[in-house]
Design a protein around this ligand. Structure first.
Ligand code: ADP
Ligand code: TYD
Length: 209
């Protein structure tokens, strides 16, 4: 199905909690709109009514959730978003900016929870209808800086602790090493404006904007 996509491009933004993803995903969206493109901004888990219901369960469940159930729910939410929102948009030649996508599951449920990374990649392959972002920004910050930025009210996964966040960060860095043609690592400890500019320069040169 993904072979039929002609001109719509897909950009994702990744990183540990508090790295500045949402801030930068919104800037990317604004920049693309200003460049005259038709763009949709989505967030994961969520971005569609069914995916948003799954998000509530994932982030605010009061009972203990099995790691595999957590991974499968993340990917179920992604399948719904991909089929109902992302692919229709791209098939129409439009652009999509995603605040997290499949790499988050490999980083959090693989690196963080310790589930098998190859199994997660296979299930992601199924859940994404084989779609991959054309370009992924990994915004890298230390756990200390992330802790300073995060709000006091943390969701279930944000509360998993520093060692968990460190394993997530390490797994992201492995993903960046494995796919250097797709990932761009951004130093997230610069000012918001400097990061915005660096990201925009990469987008301009990659897509000839
Ligand atoms: P995320 O979506 O990765 O959790 P946000 O974009 O919501 O991160 O940012 C988390 C907090 O950190 C917000 O208060 C935001 O204004 C702030 N922030 C984002 N980027 C930076 C930066 N480069 N320097 C300092 N603070 C930042
Ligand atoms: P998000 O709303 O992006 O949180 P934040 O803006 O604080 O980074 O994501 C919610 C949480 O879900 C976040 O802690 C990361 C986690 N998550 C996973 O564990 N696996 C996944 O596949 C995704 C998409 C998110």
């Amino acid at each position: 199905m993904t072979e039929s996509i002609s001109s719509g491009k897909f950009i994702s933004v990744e990183g540990i909690d508090g790295c500045g993803k949402t801030t930068q995903a919104e800037f990317i969206f604004d920049g693309l709109v200003e460049a005259g493109l038709s763009v949709k901004l989505v967030r994961e888990p969520g971005g569609d009514p069914i995916s948003e219901s799954i998000r509530k369960l994932l982030l605010h469940a009061e009972e203990s959730m099995s790691d595999r159930a957590e991974a499968l729910l993340m990917i179920a939410s992604r399948a719904q978003l991909t089929d109902k929102v992302i692919l229709p948009q791209m098939i129409d030649g439009k652009w999509v900016v995603a605040d997290r996508y499949a790499d988050s599951t490999v980083a959090y449920q693989g690196g963080g929870r310790g589930l098998n990374v190859n199994s997660l990649s296979d299930i992601n392959h199924f859940g994404t209808y084989t779609l991959k972002p054309d370009l992924t920004f990994f915004i890298d910050i230390s756990i200390e800086v992330a802790n300073k930025r995060m709000s006091v009210s943390r969701d279930r996964i944000e509360s998993a602790g520093d060692n968990f966040q460190q394993r997530v960060r390490d797994q992201y860095l492995k993903l960046c090493d494995n796919e250097p043609e797709r990932f761009i690592v951004i130093n997230g400890e610069q000012s918001i404006e400097d990061i915005k500019l660096e990201i925009w320069n990469h987008i301009k040169s990659k897509f000839n904007l």
